[in-house]
Write a protein that binds this ligand. Structure first.
Ligand code: 7PJ
Length: 284
C-alpha cells in the first residue's frame, strides 16, 4: 500500500480551505497560527499520515511567487514544532535552493519540488542535503498554467520529462534510490490530460522509481463530481484508491482518515492484511 502524505499548508492562500492562516491575527511563525498548525499536524498523525508535506509557497493556479525569506519564515517554525513533538517524517514543498538547505538542516526528511529541481542551483542544493526528492511535472508556472494546457501526447511528454529530470539528478551525483516522481495532476493539465495520466500511472516513471500522486480536493475532482472544494473528500479518496491500485508509492492528501480507511480496505482485499510494503524502506 502507498504511504500517506498529509498536506500541512503554511500559506495564507491555500485553495483547499483548511483555513489555518485566515487574516492578520495569525502572523507568520508565531502564536495562534503555530498552535493551529501543530493541532492539525497532531490530527493528521493520529489519523495515519506517514509523512507531513509542509508548504510555504502556494502553487495553486494563479498563485504569486514568494521570497525565500517569506517561505522560510512560514516553514522553519513549523518544522521545529513538528520535529520536537511528533514521530513523523516531514516533507517540504519547495523549489528554492536556499529553503532546501535550511529545511534539511532543520530536520526535514524529503524535498518535494513541483518544479522538479529546475531552478538554478536547485539540483546542487538538493544533492548536498542527501535527502530523497520528489520530482514533479508541471507545464508552465502556477501563475498561468491552467490558461491553456496543451500537449501532443500528454503521457509521452510527462514520461519523457520525468525520465529527463531523473537523469539530470543522477548526472549531478544524486543516488537513484533517493528519487521519486510525480505526474503533477492539475499542474498545466485539463481533465482529459489528468485522466490519461492516471490511466498511464503504472508506466509513467522510469523503471524502479516510485510514483507520488496528488489529487486531493483538486479541480479535476470538482469537474467529475460537480462538487465545490469543501465537498470533494469522497471523490479525492476514490482517486487515491485508484492510484494505489495503479501502483502509486505515496498519495498526497488532505483527508488522511478517509484515505487511510480506503487503503486498509484495499490492502485487505488484495493482500489479506493491512501490512505495508517495501516503500517504507525507501523513504526511511
Ligand atoms: C502537488 C504537490 C502534487 C506533489 C501540490 C494542491 C496544490 N506536490 N503540491 N504533487 N500539489 N508532489 O495541493 O492542490 O500533486 S500544491
Amino acid at each position: 500500500m502507498p504511504l500517506i502524505m498529509g498536506i500541512l499548508n503554511a500559506t495564507p492562500d491555500s485553495f483547499s480551505g483548511d483555513g489555518l492562516f485566515a487574516g492578520d491575527a495569525c502572523p507568520e511563525g508565531r502564536g495562534p497560527y503555530l498552535d493551529g498548525v501543530v493541532a492539525r499536524a497532531a490530527m493528521l498523525v493520529a489519523q495515519g499520515a506517514d509523512l507531513l508535506d509542509v508548504g510555504g509557497e502556494s502553487t495553486r493556479p494563479g498563485a504569486a511567487p514568494v521570497s525565500d525569506d517569506v517561505e522560510l519564515a512560514r516553514v522553519l517554525p513549523v518544522i521545529a514544532a513538528l520535529t520536537s513533538r511528533f514521530d513523523v517524517l516531514i516533507s517540504v514543498d519547495t523549489s528554492s535552493p536556499k529553503v532546501m538547505r535550511e529545511v534539511a538542516a532543520a530536520g526535514a526528511a524529503l524535498i518535494n519540488d513541483v518544479r522538479a529541481l529546475r531552478r538554478s542551483g536547485a539540483i546542487e542544493a538538493a544533492a548536498a542535503t542527501g535527502l530523497p526528492v520528489c520530482l514533479m511535472h508541471m507545464q508552465g508556472d502556477p501563475g498561468t498554467m491552467q490558461a491553456s494546457p496543451h500537449y501532443g501526447d500528454v503521457v509521452a511528454e510527462v514520461r519523457d520529462f520525468l525520465a529527463a529530470r531523473v537523469a539530470a539528478c543522477a548526472a549531478a551525483g544524486m543516488a537513484p534510490e533517493l528519487l521519486l516522481v510525480d505526474p503533477g495532476f492539475g499542474f498545466g493539465k485539463t481533465l482529459e490530460h489528468n485522466l490519461a495520466l492516471l490511466r498511464a500511472l503504472p508506466d509513467i516513471a522510469p523503471p524502479g522509481v516510485p510514483v507520488v500522486a496528488g489529487f486531493s480536493r483538486k479541480r479535476m475532482v470538482g469537474e467529475i463530481t460537480g462538487r465545490p472544494v469543501a465537498d470533494r473528500v469522497h471523490g479525492s479518496v476514490a482517486l487515491a484508491l485508484l492510484a494505489a491500485r495503479l501502483g502509486a508509492a505515496v498519495v498526497r492528501v488532505h483527508d488522511v482518515a478517509a484515505t487511510a480507511d480506503a487503503l486498509k480496505i484495499l490492502a485487505a482485499v488484495e493482500h489479506g492484511s493491512t501490512a505495508r510494503g517495501p516503500i517504507d524502506e525507501l523513504i526511511q
